[in-house]
Ligand binder design. Structure first.
Ligand SMILES: [Zn+2]
Length: 299
């Protein structure tokens, strides 16, 4: 066993949702955003339809999820943002206008951090434990900014598939890792003129199921990242429901939030030396079985 999860669980699963709405488009293409109703409406599907469809799904599945919401989205789509909070889901930070921080210097990033935290606090009463950087873009100084603002964890990096720590000048920051394979956007987003075709939900269910099975065997941390304007579409909601049903067929899955994983990781008591935990219980079970077999054989 590579990692010790609470209550003897074998792996962890988080359904996470980045509620971007129009924010990423506004940051990346501000001129086009002044005129392209088509692009804006594609993204408004999230707050108008997708979020509530996802909330209904999570309610049916009785799962808490992690939502990362840019400040701009909170200000402009306050009602669905409040519904997310009021349904008891985790709300984390996700930039102000979904700024890809690779375009920012440390001072700009610091100012944007202050803005997004003020919006989450003033509009939702939320002090987030977690941060997911827009587009998973992270500067070397970002973990230090997060530490100084009291964040418990980041969930934007791909350096492991179990929780780990990122060093910063202000101490280590817990990382709850992500990966491109478990992001809905590269699979389902149609970008006009690009070569990627829209994926068949059946194929994606197979991909994600296989990745889950592998991660479960590896004691991994399966963090799925979806977007309400992408995965809020009807057949993709069905896909998520089918995926969770598939996961429920495995024993020892901890369905949780990124915050709970980060709190578990930060709490210590989960050190598992490579191979050590697997060998001990296995040899214990074998010894017990032998004891039962021997008397029978003797008879
Ligand atoms: Zn985003």
């Amino acid at each position: 066993m590579r990692y010790r999860w609470p209550a003897g669980k074998q792996s962890a699963v988080v359904l996470s949702f980045d509620f971007d709405a129009e924010s990423g488009f506004l940051f990346r293409e501000p001129e086009k955003a002044k005129r392209s109703l088509g692009d804006l409406e594609e993204r408004r599907f999230g707050p108008r339809v997708g979020v509530d469809r996802i909330l209904r799904l999570l309610d049916r599945l009785k799962l808490r999820a992690s939502f990362y919401i840019p400040g701009w989205t909170v200000e402009h789509h306050l009602a669905p943002s409040k519904r997310i909070r009021d349904a008891g889901h985790e709300v984390g930070a996700h930039g102000n206008v979904h700024e890809a921080v690779g375009f920012l210097d440390a001072a700009q990033e610091e100012a944007i951090m202050q803005q997004q935290l003020a919006i989450l606090r003033d509009h939702l009463g939320v002090t987030p434990a977690g941060y997911r950087s827009p587009s998973w873009d992270v500067n070397v100084w970002t973990p230090g900014i997060l530490k100084r603002h009291g964040f418990l964890y980041d969930t934007s990096l791909m350096g492991n598939d179990i929780p780990y720590e990122i060093e910063s000048e202000d101490g280590p920051l817990v990382e709850v890792p992500v990966q491109w394979l478990l992001d809905d956007a590269p699979l389902f987003r149609h970008v006009y003129g690009s070569t990627n075709a829209i994926a068949d939900p059946g194929r994606v269910l197979q991909m994600w199921s296989k990745e889950f099975a592998g991660m479960h065997a590896e004691n991994g941390c399966f963090v799925l990242t979806c977007h309400p304007f992408v995965s809020g579409r009807a057949s993709r909601i069905d896909l998520l429901e089918d995926l969770v049903a598939y996961m429920h067929r495995s024993r020892g899955v901890w369905f949780t939030t990124c915050e709970e994983i980060a709190r578990w990781h930060a709490g210590g008591d989960r050190a598992a030396p490579e191979g050590g935990l697997t060998r001990q219980p296995k040899s214990g079970r074998i010894a017990a079985r032998r004891k039962r077999v021997r008397p029978r054989g003797a008879r």
